[in-house]
Design a protein around this ligand. Structure first.
Ligand code: ADP
Ligand code: ZN
Length: 746
């Protein structure tokens, strides 16, 4: 607190703005009471009254934003009507850099700034309640006369030998294998003394020289370029492009080493699922210690420690999922976004933001370099390279002379599977050959459950979700039909609900449960591991599965997209893609790019230096440009072609895009609101509105959804246009408008 007052003195004021973690359009003004006059600085955490409640917020001041993004200013409330701030809380203030970032994200995404703050503070504020120091026990005296040395008491005293580290009641009871009352009894008798357990030591310092890699050729050049960027202490963006296995991770860890050597902090963003033990081990081998980690699975205590260690600078390297962007780094010297093309960097609910793009904003505000790493960079990033905004480093070959997997398409029209099955004989034979040689194989299908559609053979009825425009997916192990867009689950009916015919409901198409059933009968002796988000959830379960594969306790892996991430499976030599065409249907202009990126990543699991890999793609359209690109490996040509298709229509990255989703529980209310919005649509040179049309999921969780797309030329920002447009929309309680700037599908 003292520190912030020194850095940012503000004259004693009668009123200050306070941003509350609530969906208001702007911060609220409060009066500064006499006792706090001259003691409040921007960033201070304060308690304020709101209605009859007490809320926690942050003293805010406007931070400079580009004109395009600036907020509307709320009309000033008369001083007489202001309520006073209750107190300033004893918490570290939010830095100016973080506050600017919050304003930026809110302004860019059009989310209420309080909701961005809420996302950021989720762990910070909770630490108020949880920050009491833990008490532990140490041995103080001997058993007083009159207290018998029972086996239970003896066990406690043995567990806590004199001079040992203090243990909490729970720890001690657990170690001695006794009830907590035994511990408390000994404490009451004066045998144990309570002491404060100091917080665990801060994150250990990574040693940049712990194990230096041997780098040659393109790797050495790339690493020294990136070290140079870090030394510059200035904002820059570099795309590190290289096929899977070319050493991108190895190289960007050298940039991290440089940053640590300079005593500054580095942030590495990974798609959540890649935050694996494998990556941590890799880091530990290079630096001798584990990095600080930030993702949805870490506990409250770790959250609190990590937050504090980012703030006081003791956490030098943080590896995390997208929310790690909102950590209060005190001296951020480098930001890395691995797998930058990943769609999962986009948060779709709450504040709709793309962590890749906001990482660049965060780094710009901190004045530090960004590294984007990918084997298949997004068209947005490639375009930024082309126009000179980003630098470009390329690793063209796999490390150690390993060859890229040999990719072939199985034409499903020529060699179809037997009736009712889904694996072509070509693929079955390929897997058999690998299994016989003691190698591992993988089947990839990006669809959970048994079958994506249940159809009545008699009347043609399709089992659909009552709340969404979607088919129910059969999950045979659980004997249910489930919607993959909401929580709806129902038992598989005995008879068709439409015509009443029994035994006429049929499973259509494969999910991975069905593929597993087929694989079990084709390869009865293979040890099969199924990896999908509903059988394996969270980083630790994923890590366990990956370990099993590495230890060769598995012959055949069957999985959805969680198998696609950057794992190294040294014994895996064949990857079979069950339905390579999946994802290419529909009208989404980005479908081709996304399918190519996903399948290339899946393919990258096959083959390492010792054993060349093979990839077989089952497709009904072997001449599709995506299949051709996967076979030839010429992604640059594919992306150039994609670019040429988007350029004339000003589709991203050649124009800007924002989606408005109008939704209501009543279809006609949604229609009316969407038509009204359409009628008030902005127009002008380089500005165009498409729609309204039914949104890709026309009904979702019982809400009817319509979509309007705002498309502008690249030099026109969408935010001010959206603000003016939405201001004309009458507020009704039954209709909601969600804004999605830079939607991932279009
Ligand atoms: P990418 O991130 O591009 O997929 P990695 O950095 O994971 O590539 O490298 C692939 C494999 O090759 C890893 O097992 C890595 O340890 C190894 N590797 C890459 N470069 C080197 C190097 N210079 N020395 C030793 N091993 C390397
Ligand atoms: Zn549903």
């Amino acid at each position: 607190m003292v520190q912030s007052s020194l850095l940012e003195p503000i004259a004693p004021r009668k009123r200050v703005s306070v941003l509350l973690p609530l969906p208001f359009p702007a911060p609220l003004d409060y009066a500064v009471p006499e006792v706090l006059a001259g003691h409040l600085s921007p960033g201070d955490v304060v308690a304020v009254p709101l209605g009859g409640r007490r809320e926690t917020g942050v003293v805010w001041e406007p931070t400079p934003l580009p004109a395009d993004l600036a907020f509307p200013v709320a009309p000033e409330v008369a001083a007489s009507r202001l309520r006073p701030i209750r107190e300033r809380l004893d918490l570290p203030p939010l830095s100016r850099e973080l506050r600017r970032f919050i304003d930026w994200v809110a302004a860019y995404t059009l989310a209420p700034p309080g909701m961005v703050l809420a996302m950021c503070l989720r762990s910070h504020l909770r630490s108020i309640q949880g920050s009491a120091p833990t008490a532990g026990w140490v041995r103080q005296g001997d058993l007083p006369a009159g207290l018998r040395l029972t086996p239970a008491r003896k066990a406690v005293l043995e567990a806590l030998s004199t001079g040992a580290e203090p243990l909490t009641t729970t720890e001690l009871a657990e170690k001695a294998n006794v009830g907590a009352s035994v511990v408390r009894g000994l404490a009451d008798a004066g045998v144990l003394r309570s002491v404060v357990i100091p917080p665990p030591p801060p994150f250990a310092l990574p040693d940049p020289l712990h194990r230096l890699p041997v780098l040659e050729g393109a790797q050495a050049i790339a690493a020294s370029e990136l070290r140079g960027r870090v030394q510059e202490r200035a904002f820059s963006v570099t795309l590190l492009e290289g096929v899977t296995g070319s050493g991108k991770t190895e190289i960007y860890l050298e940039a991290v080493a440089e940053c640590v050597q300079m005593g500054r902090q580095a942030l590495v963003l990974l798609p959540e699922i890649s935050l694996s033990a494998q990556w941590m081990d890799r880091f530990t081998r290079r630096f001798g210690v584990r990095p600080a980690v930030w993702h949805s699975e870490i506990g409250q205590k770790a959250r609190r420690l990590t937050w504090a260690a980012c703030e006081d600078g003791t956490a030098k390297v943080v590896v995390g999922a997208r929310s790690a962007l909102f950590l209060p780094f005190s001296d951020l010297g480098l930001v890395i976004v691995d797998e930058e093309h990943e769609g999962t960097f986009k948060q779709e609910d709450g504040v709709t933001y793309n962590a890749r793009d906001m990482a660049i904003v965060r780094a710009r505000l901190a004045g530090s370099p960004v590294i984007l790493a990918s084997a298949t960079p997004s068209l947005e990033t490639l375009n930024n390279v082309e126009t000179g905004r980003y630098r470009h480093l390329v690793l063209a070959a796999r490390h150690g002379g390993a060859s890229m997997p040999d990719t072939r398409v199985i034409d499903m029209r020529e060699t179809p599977p037997p009736r009712g099955l889904f694996l072509s004989p070509v693929l079955v034979d390929g897997i058999k050959a690998r299994l016989e040689r003691g190698e591992q194989a993988m089947l990839f299908l990006n669809r959970r459950g048994y079958a994506p559609l249940t159809l009545c053979r008699t009347c043609g009825h399709r089992m659909e979700c009552p709340h969404c425009t979607s088919w129910l997916v059969e999950h045979r192990r659980k004997h249910v039909l489930a919607c993959h867009y909401c929580e709806h689950v129902e038992p598989v009916p005995q008879a068709c609900p439409s015509c009443g015919e029994t035994d006429s409901l049929t499973a259509i198409g494969p999910g991975i449960e069905r593929i597993t059933e087929e694989a079990r009968s084709e390869f009865p002796n293979a040890r099969i591991l199924v990896m999908a988000s509903d059988t394996i959830s969270g980083p630790s379960a994923t890590a366990e599965a990956v370990e099993k594969i590495s230890r060769r306790e598995v012959d055949l892996i069957i999985g959805t997209q969680i198998v696609a991430k950057g794992w190294h499976f040294p014994h895996l030599t064949l990857v079979g893609v069950v339905d390579a065409d999946l994802g290419l249907g529909g009208a989404d202009l980005r479908a081709g790019e996304r399918t190519m990126q996903l399948l290339h990543q899946v393919a990258g699991r096959a083959g390492r230096a010792e054993a060349p890999g093979e990839v077989l793609l089952q497709s009904f359209s072997p001449l599709h440009p995506v299949m051709q690109a996967l076979v030839s490996g010429d992604f640059a040509a594919f992306m150039t072609e994609e670019a040429e298709q988007r350029r004339p229509g000003f589709w991203p990255p050649f124009g800007r895009l924002a989606a408005l989703i109008v939704s209501s529980e009543h279809a006609d209310a949604a229609d009316r609101a969407a038509r009204d919005l359409g009628a008030a649509a902005p127009h002008g040179e380089g500005v165009e509105v498409l729609g309204p049309v039914p949104a890709p999921l026309a009904v979702l969780r019982g809400r009817h959804r319509r979509r309007l797309l705002l498309r502008t030329h690249r030099n026109i920002a969408v935010q001010p246009i959206l603000r003016r447009w939405l201001a004309q929309m009458p507020l009704t309680s039954s209709v909601r408008v969600d804004v999605d700037v830079d939607p991932v599908s279009f």
